[in-house]
Design a protein around this ligand. Structure first.
Ligand code: TXA
Ligand code: MG
Length: 342
């Protein structure tokens, strides 16, 4: 099966494929998704096959209007907090976990009694959901374990021949996956940080918890609130090592370990001082740009098979920095070298 590349004028073709139970890569403002009709269990099963995704990892259902939740009977007992969050952040990079109904096929919710729902802020994503006239289940469109795709080219690199089509809507603006918040607990809890920050959520809801798995490795035998958190994720083929310390300590450490197989995942300000291969996330304190470039940087490093070690700075946990921190600490298998104590 060849994967067809569609442009933004071919939304109707993508919608027809989806209605017929096919799988299509679609652009969103966060990352590209691998979409299928969320109400068709057999179509959803094809997503897991294409990605090599474990069947116990549930999918996000994408809608194009808050009213779609009731129209397609996706969730029940919807709390007031859901409406408040939708008003503040939808369409946008926020996924809400709600109690599901029986209309949601078991393939989507992977046996949980909840469903994850998102209204993406991307005109092409919205157009394809509306044209297909059904909610779309879509995980990130990467092979399971690889960095998420932020361009149609990234999707093709992973999925060519495995899916029916990819719809090219340009590069994703946010660059990291949506914030996931569960409203199925007494206190709303962030399971995955993203473009809508914890600070922004607290400004609307007041108390919001952050799940331990956002910052830390899950203890052996612990159950993940979000099943995706337990899998190795976002990892390039090279070994990522995070360094914690001052700008000058970072530069000194990397230069002391210079070798052909070493690459620094750094900031623009470091470029002239580093004596190894470099890939820059952007200017030092511009966390939005770091998020936008992160996965493309990891994929660019993967294109150089000679690179075996990547030295990156431990990101800030402020604002969108927390999303970059969460992805990089997983890419690094939670290994951090503290430059102040060596
Ligand atoms: O930005 C995004 O969220 C992208 C775009 C395509 O919308 N999608 C995405 O999907 O990142 P995925 O499948 O790669 O990540 C979804 C995460 C996983 O960690 C999954 O375990 C969690 O959300 N999740 C989905 N349904 C859940 C549920 N009912 N309860 C807890 N976690 C859930
Ligand atoms: Mg993913």
């Amino acid at each position: 099966m060849n994967t067809v590349v569609l442009d933004e004028t071919q939304v109707d073709i993508a919608a027809a494929i989806l209605k017929n139970g096919g799988v299509v890569g679609i652009p969103t403002e966060t990352v590209y998704g691998l979409a299928a009709d969320a109400l068709n269990g057999a179509a959803v099963a094809k997503i897991f096959q294409a990605k090599g995704r474990p069947m116990d990892n549930p999918l996000i259902v994408h809608i194009a209007d808050f009213a779609d939740i009731e129209r397609f009977r996706l969730a029940k007992d919807i709390p007031a907090a859901a409406k408040q969050l939708a008003k503040a952040f939808w369409p946008g990079p926020l996924t809400m976990i709600l109690r599901r109904t029986d209309a949601v096929p078991p393939e989507v919710s992977a046996g949980l009694d909840t469903v994850a729902i998102r209204f993406p802020n991307h005109p092409v994503a919205q157009a394809v959901i509306r044209a297909a006239d059904t909610p779309l289940a879509a995980p990130s469109a990467n092979l399971s374990g690889s960095p998420s795709p932020t361009t149609a080219r990234h999707v093709l690199n992973d999925m060519d021949g495995r899916i029916d089509a990819v719809l090219d809507g340009g590069a994703s603006a946010v660059g990291v996956e949506s914030t996931v918040i569960t409203l199925a607990t007494d206190v709303p809890r962030v399971l995955r940080p993203g473009g809508v920050t914890v600070e922004m959520l607290r400004a609307v809801l007041g108390q919001v918890d952050v799940d331990d798995a956002v910052l830390h490795r899950l203890a052996d035998g612990a159950t993940a609130a979000s099943p995706g958190m337990k899998y190795k994720h976002y990892a390039p083929k090279a070994n990522v090592i995070l360094l914690h310390g001052s700008d000058s300590a970072y530069i000194e450490y990397v230069n002391a370990h210079a070798a052909d197989e070493v690459c620094a995942l750094c900031c623009d300000e470091d470029l002239l001082q580093l004596h190894v291969k470099t890939v820059s996330l952007g200017r030092r304190n511009d966390y939005l740009t770091h998020a936008q470039h992160l996965f493309d940087c990891l994929r660019r490093i993967d294109n150089h098979p000679a690179i075996r070690t990547v030295y990156a700075r431990l990101p800030s946990t402020e604002g969108v920095g927390l999303a970059v921190y969460n992805r990089l600490i997983r890419a690094a298998g939670f290994e951090v070298i503290d430059l102040e104590t060596i």
